[in-house]
Write a protein that binds this ligand. Structure first.
Ligand code: HEC
Length: 164
């Protein structure tokens, strides 16, 4: 009788410990995953900006060559980077202001749709001024964006591909 009693006690202790063990195992897994997540590589604000800089330049040369398909592609790359900054750079105040580019991006899109070099130029100037407006507001006024003079991408042809 005594041994049966001990067995029951042991079982119930075991049964009681089970959820506690599971909780500990789960907590360990959560800790490991959180550590992995914290160590995941994430581009910095400046890296996103360097990407935007490249697309800003390519957009200009595409527009200058009336290569509207390429211009459309490049402006969409800028739009994607804006969304990515808002998603991945939540701790930066400037991320909340990225939407200030939208009106200028809309007019670039409009110029591309209308295939109008004049509208393209004025909307590109508006876009470039908006870049600088934020740099001023964010105390990065020493980072001046301008209309590119020559393409740094000599390995990319901005003219319309006539072979197709
Ligand atoms: C809402 C604010 C904001 C807007 C809009 C913005 N920028 Fe920036 N930009 C920043 C901030 C902040 C930095 C500094 C990033 C850092 O801390 O490394 C920066 C940095 C840069 C740099 C320097 C990157 C480097 O490492 O040399 C370039 C180039 C740049 N931006 C280009 C642009 C262009 C082109 C546009 C417009 C199409 C633009 N930016 C629009 C906030 C903005």
């Amino acid at each position: 009788m005594k041994s049966l009693f001990t067995t029951i006690i042991t079982f119930s202790l075991f049964a009681c410990n089970q959820p506690a063990d599971n909780t500990r195992i789960l907590q360990n897994r959560i800790d490991t995953l959180e550590k992995k997540l914290a160590d995941t590589y994430k581009p910095g604000f400046g890296e996103f900006m360097s990407g935007i800089q490249a697309h800003h330049s390519k957009l200009w040369f595409a527009g200058q060559n009336k290569n509207w398909k390429l211009a459309d592609f490049e402006v969409h790359e800028i739009m994607e980077a804006v969304v990515d900054i808002q998603k991945y750079e939540t701790e930066r105040n400037e991320s909340k202001k990225m939407g200030m580019l939208n009106p200028a991006i809309d007019s670039v899109n409009n110029a591309i749709q209308k295939q109008s070099p004049a509208l393209f130029k004025s909307s590109f100037i508006l876009l470039t001024n908006t870049c600088n407006n934020c740099h001023h507001a964010a105390n990065f006024e020493f980072n001046v964006v301008q209309i590119p003079e020559t393409s740094p991408f000599t390995n990319q042809n901005f003219k319309i591909n006539k072979d197709k």
